[in-house]
Design a protein around this ligand. Structure first.
Ligand code: PLP
Length: 443
């Protein structure tokens, strides 16, 4: 036991002493192949020389500058880069220190947008039932993950909920996918009307769902429909791209593949790729213009927002992604990876679905494939899988989601974009081994 508080208070995880490329080594000399980028973070792998060099030179220029006194060249350049590469007129960036902070800032920006217009009665956010948007109180309130919320329910603001877009679990057998999507959009519209559009601030969803359900892409036309409804009823569309953004699905912003422009996008994880804690909120012109011509102030801020070393790391990550054509690599290697997973697991009796986009993929684990019956939640299969894979020298990111009150388990795979074909083959081999050990442990 140590003096440090770990998430699991009954045990101390192995100490990482060296991380390089696709590998992490612990104090006891065990090495792990990083198939999840930690929690879908390390998109460039570990110890990338360009990022380290950029951070070092920024430390010499200015390690810290409080944003009430100064901006920095590096933060300005990052903002410009993020805006330039964003779709449509998502032209403004606000830099924070991680994903939850990005969501908090997005919620406050959205609320202030309406308050500045004299619409203070807008108080409600709509989000989806099976969702996760972060662990601070505002972000936790937004998310529908019952497991994470349960201790804090009385402290959380009210959020209206609609069904997730989760084809594997929620589309009825034989139901046409367009009909399924249309039903989801009807449900959202009914919710807006029921709440009264004049009370609604916005709708927030992950473009491709990460941890809660395991790499779930939207159905075709879903986000186009969401955008139309937001426009029709004058509410804001907020895309949570903390996990799926910054290239993980093959485009810098995952929403680019949906052909719509949200009003606000939240970023984290892959933005700093693990080299520094950094997140961002990207907002469209009309959002910022309203605040600028109103109070002139965004009523928000933390001591470390716009941190220059974090900005230097994130900027270097962006440059490497572009220079090394990593978005293309994510698309090509991601497709190859999915094929390998299908070859290895498509017939597996306990693998119900293999899904995802780019380098954000997942296997859904089921007790029985036909009925998609999840494993007994008391088995904590996801935790068993995680340990079994660690025993095989593999880092994956398994999770148990909440499905209609029952829990289902999936394994999220989010390897660094630099993974070679050989790395991916090695991941699949070790995963097969880890899964067999895990199933044997719960049988
Ligand atoms: N939003 C999504 C979709 C996430 O997956 C996460 C973290 O897993 C967050 C927000 C919160 O980010 P962070 O843990 O960096 O605060």
């Amino acid at each position: 036991m140590t003096h440090l508080i770990h998430r699991d208070l009954r045990c101390t995880p192995p100490a990482a002493v060296c991380a390089f490329g696709m590998q992490v080594r612990d104090k006891d000399g065990n090495t792990y192949l990083d198939a999840s980028g930690g929690a879908a973070v390390s998109s460039l792998g570990h110890g990338h020389p360009d990022v380290l060099a950029a951070m070092q030179s920024q430390l010499k220029v200015a390690a810290y500058a409080h944003t009430s006194f100064f901006t920095t060249e590096v933060a300005e350049e990052l903002g410009e880069r993020l805006a330039q590469d964003a779709p449509g007129d998502l032209n403004y960036a606000y830099l924070v220190c991680g994903g939850s902070e990005a969501i908090e800032a997005a919620l406050k920006l959205a609320r202030q947008y309406f308050v500045e217009h004299g619409e203070s009665e807008r108080r409600v956010f709509i989000a989806r039932r099976q969702s996760y948007h972060g662990n601070t109180l505002g972000a936790l309130a937004l998310g529908g993950n019952e497991y994470r919320r349960r201790h804090f329910e009385p402290l959380l603001m009210d959020v209206a909920r609609v069904s997730p877009c989760f084809e594997y679990r929620e589309r009825r057998p034989g139901q046409d996918v367009h009909e399924y999507t249309a039903n989801l959009l009807q449900e959202l519209e009914a919710k807006i009307i029921d709440l009264g559009p004049q009370h609604v601030i916005g709708f927030c969803a992950e473009t491709v769902v990460g941890a809660t359900s395991g790499a779930v892409p939207p159905t075709p036309g879903y986000f186009k429909g969401v955008r139309n409804l937001c426009d029709r009823y004058g509410i804001l569309m907020i895309a949570d791209e903390v996990m799926c953004g910054m290239g993980r699905t093959g485009t810098l912003y995952a929403i680019e593949q949906e052909g719509v422009v949200p009003d606000i996008v939240a970023l984290g994880k892959g933005l700093g790729a693990g080299y520094q804690p950094i997140g961002a909120v990207i907002a469209r012109d009309h959002i910022v213009q309203r605040l600028r011509s109103g109070s002139g102030v965004f009523q928000h801020g933390h001591t470390y927002v716009g941190h220059p070393v974090a900005a230097a790391a994130a900027l270097a990550v962006q440059k490497v992604i572009r220079r090394d054509s990593l978005l293309g690599a994510v698309t090509v290697r991601g497709a190859a990876f999915k094929r390998m997973l299908r070859e290895a697991f498509a017939m597996h009796p306990h693998v119900g679905d293999i899904r995802g986009r780019g380098m954000l993929l997942a296997l859904e684990l089921v007790q029985e494939r036909e009925g998609k019956r999840p494993f007994d939640p008391d088995l904590h299969l996801h935790a068993v899988v995680k340990q079994a894979c660690m025993d095989c020298g593999l880092m994956v990111y398994p999770m148990g989601g909440t499905i209609d009150g029952r829990r289902g388990d999936h394994v999220l795979l989010a390897p660094p974009f630099i993974a070679t074909e050989a790395d991916l083959q090695q991941i699949v081999a070790r995963l097969a081994d880890g899964l067999e050990r895990a199933f044997a442990r719960v049988r």
